[in-house]
Design a protein around this ligand. Structure first.
Ligand SMILES: Nc1ncnc2c1ncn2[C@@H]1O[C@H](COP(=O)(O)OP(=O)(O)O)[C@@H](O)[C@H]1O
Ligand SMILES: [Mg+2]
Length: 292
């Protein structure tokens, strides 16, 4: 029996055929700060790129930590996502190839903090990011957007652009706090701005196997949340906290660490989910049988 091999990969000629898919846009959002959004954006992007996926990471948080965490000197840039959203530069002028293979970024820095005010009264301001990203979405397998810790215009722009929202949940006592509000916002964006938006799922972060609390939080969330929960649980791992100060994602900073294992596994789950959904929607242009 030949084995069916379903491979999603952008524009590559494979020995068993050419397969084309739509790029998937995932916004990483949670209005709580410190839950692991940026750590997930950096390391999920890098681990997807390591799996030979073409990835664009969009840093839409004025803190710019995703940009610096991926080795970009954010304060020396002429063009950032701020210039792009206020119409002073194009996406191509803002885009940077990171030192990491297969990984590009639209970087940000503190200037973006002014955008919220400057966009007041601008027509269709919720669609600004989408208009830019739509033009290049098919150049990438995955576009990962790191959101700021609030439900402001920038986050709404991310959700209007995205296909799905991935919500990191920190394994702590107040894990579920704010989640109802976040799901309400996702539903509002879906009703009014982006009917295709779905919840990608939640992923637990900073899990500490030595504490009962982490286990209790996971059990509690699983019992209370109907949404998709990723099987991968990201452990608390000091190497994940150290890596950004070296401008490296975890798979390059410490490839054998528990943190690298966690994010590689999450990347595989994201790829598998994407491929099975694409297959279900008949987005697969061609499936070939791999010869034995
Ligand atoms: N799994 C983890 N293990 C250890 N430290 C982590 C982990 N995830 C995040 N951190 C640290 O926790 C802090 C908050 O994480 P961050 O990703 O910046 O959250 P957010 O973007 O949601 O504000 C950072 O200092 C980060 O290095
Ligand atoms: Mg952040």
């Amino acid at each position: 029996m030949p084995c069916v091999s379903l491979v999603k990969t952008k524009g590559k000629d494979l020995d068993f055929g050419r397969v084309e898919f739509m790029g998937r846009i995932i916004a990483i959002a949670n209005q709580k700060g410190g839950v692991g959004k940026t750590t997930t954006a950096i390391n999920l992007s890098a681990c997807l790129a390591e799996k030979n996926k073409k990835v664009l990471t969009i840093d839409i948080d004025p803190q710019g930590n995703t940009s610096s965490g991926l080795g970009i000197e954010k304060n020396k840039l002429e063009n950032t996502i701020y210039q792009m959203v206020i119409g002073e530069c194009s996406l191509e002028e803002c885009k940077i190839h990171t030192p990491i293979k297969n990984l590009d970024i639209l970087p940000s820095n503190v200037n973006l903090a002014g955008a919220e005010i400057e966009l007041i009264g601008v027509k269709d301001r919720e669609y600004i990011l989408k208009k830019h990203v739509e033009q290049i979405r098919d150049d990438y397998d995955f576009i990962i957007i790191d959101c700021p810790p609030s439900l402001n215009t920038l986050t709404v722009n991310a959700m209007t652009t995205a296909d799905t929202v991935l919500v990191p949940i920190q394994c702590e006592f107040y894990a579920l706090e704010g989640l109802t509000q976040l799901i309400h916002t996702i539903n509002l964006v879906k009703q009014r701005l982006n009917p295709n938006l779905e919840l990608e799922g939640v992923v637990f972060t900073m899990f500490d196997a030595r504490t009962n609390l982490s286990l209790q939080v996971v059990e509690n969330v699983k019992n209370n949340l109907k949404q998709n929960i990723y099987k991968t649980i990201i452990p608390r791992n000091v190497r994940l906290a150290e890596a950004p100060s070296h401008g490296l994602p975890i798979n390059l900073y410490d490839p054998k660490s528990a943190g690298a294992d966690g994010y590689r596994q999450l990347a595989m789950e994201v790829i598998d989910k994407d491929e099975s959904e694409a297959y279900a929607k008949n987005e697969v242009a061609e499936i070939k049988y791999r010869k034995k």
